[in-house]
Design a protein around this ligand. Structure first.
Ligand code: CTP
Length: 435
């Protein structure tokens, strides 16, 4: 066993006091049960990188459920036991969660002729994991508190800022790791080590992505699109041909990549108009599906969005795209036409169209609409028509629409104007009817 006598005590001492005390306590409970206990995975990685991480994953070489029960005696949190998996979680007051698992006691069977190599359970637990930087543990038992367990040179890879798998079949066994590699590399500014990169490309070429369920794909992609550096993830996915692996029709052209790259500056151009924050994710996904065949769009969108309404919105944005561009690629679009066309669209649509179109007129019109028309609303209502002694009926809609048109066109400005305009119009219409 290639244990390095590196001690992380100093790093642990820099954690918030609560976390430090928690780790100490976990060690003590381990002592009392005479079991080795470790904090593992992302927590250790982030501790070494000095990144905040409040998810504490604990591995016990022994009965994880029993351990969790003992620990919760002291913590008095909310204990949830998954008996079948031998795992448990404790939810603490501040919504911090401690996950506890039993180190798997599966030993690899070797032919009898060979000497039996027995690995510790923590070794087995770490060996099942994805990347070397996620395969480190820190022992918490009092006598060894802070001792780093690093069988696979995770620390070395961390120093070289690289993502490396432990064995060649890693991506075949768990293809979601393909997304994770991209996510970690982009998020932490690491590179994917060359051999690992080759394993990844092989797995993609061998259609391993097809084995990943829509739900899993979505769970892996969502955090990438929510990151402000989303374009980094998209470029990396594109470099691995991942979009086409997700669906053969999902081909991102140079043009669509260019458009995706400028989404952020389009959003910035709109920033002064924000009263509600637009969903950047929605705009990005619309951009990803920009050239996708409409007849398959609904089916494949489920790999990116779970929410049906959101999927429908994205569908409509793309469905209306050409129509809108056609209506607005003219020199002399009047204010009311512009209002009518764009008023039916959400902020996300407008930002998408503004960014997506090539035509200067369209960009100009969208900005003009945002600046001058978007907030125009009638101040008067049906109530005011009743006060004018106009008999309710279909004529209400007609009158109110005309008043709105006059207001959008800049002929009238305030509520008095509106009421006068409505009154005059009503007289006119009434006159026509009498003729
Ligand atoms: N893991 C794995 N293979 C996966 C998912 C997870 O080996 N497909 C292991 C890794 O050791 C990882 C740990 O499980 O560190 C916890 O996974 P998760 O909570 O998903 O990720 P974190 O590493 O904590 O990363 P994040 O900060 O993104 O939550």
């Amino acid at each position: 066993e290639n244990e390095k006598a590196i001690n992380c005590l100093n790093k642990i001492k820099q954690l918030p006091e609560e976390t430090y005390n928690l780790l100490k306590l976990v060690g003590k409970v381990g002592d009392s049960l005479d079991k080795k206990v470790y904090v593992v995975g992302g927590f250790v990685r982030d501790l070494l990188l000095k990144r905040e991480n409040y998810d504490v994953d604990i591995v016990v070489e022994g009965d994880g459920v029993l351990f969790a029960e003992e620990l919760n005696q002291k913590l008095q949190g909310k204990l949830l036991v998954h008996e079948a998996f031998g795992t448990a979680s404790i939810r603490l007051e501040k919504n911090n969660v401690i996950d506890i698992v039993s180190a798997r006691r599966e030993y690899y069977e070797y032919p009898a002729a060979l000497p039996k190599v027995e690995k510790s359970s923590i070794w087995n637990d770490l060996f099942r994991r994805d990347f070397t930087i996620n395969c480190m543990a820190i022992q918490l038992n009092t006598e060894s508190f802070g001792k780093l367990i690093d069988y696979f040179d995770g620390l070395q890879d961390m120093k070289h800022r690289r993502i490396r798998v432990l064995y060649n079949l890693s991506f075949i066994e768990d293809p979601t790791r393909i997304f994770r590699a991209i996510r970690f590399a982009a998020r932490m500014d690491f590179t994917i080590e060359n051999e690992t990169k080759n394993f990844m490309m092989e797995a993609i070429r061998d259609h391993m992505i097809e084995k990943v369920s829509d739900d899993r794909i979505r769970e892996e992609i969502s955090p990438m699109l929510e990151d402000e550096n989303f374009i980094k993830y998209i470029l990396s996915m594109q470099a691995f041909n991942l979009f086409e692996a997700i669906d053969p029709d999902l081909v991102l052209t140079k043009e669509s990549i260019k458009k995706l790259s400028s989404i952020q500056s389009a959003i910035d151009a709109f920033r002064e108009f924000f009263s509600i924050i637009p969903s950047v994710r929605r705009i990005i996904i619309t951009g990803i599906f920009r050239d996708f065949p409409m007849d398959r769009l609904h089916d494949v969108l489920t790999k990116f969005v779970a929410n049906k309404q959101l999927a429908t919105n994205i569908y409509h944005t793309l469905e209306n795209k050409e129509n809108i561009y056609q209506l607005l690629t003219k020199e002399d679009v009047d204010r009311f036409t512009l209002y009518r066309v764009l008023n039916q669209h959400d902020l996300e649509d407008l930002i998408f169209y503004y960014n997506d179109c090539e035509d200067g007129y369209i960009k100009h019109y969208i900005m003009y609409y945002m600046l001058h028309l978007k907030n125009i609303k009638l101040s008067m209502s049906g109530e005011d028509l009743i006060n004018l002694n106009i008999k309710p009926g279909p004529i209400y809609k007609k009158v109110l629409e005309s008043v709105l048109k006059a207001k959008v066109s800049g002929e009238i400005y305030n509520k008095d104007d509106e009421i006068n305009y409505a009154y005059d119009l009503y007289q006119e219409l009434k006159g026509e009817e009498n003729v």
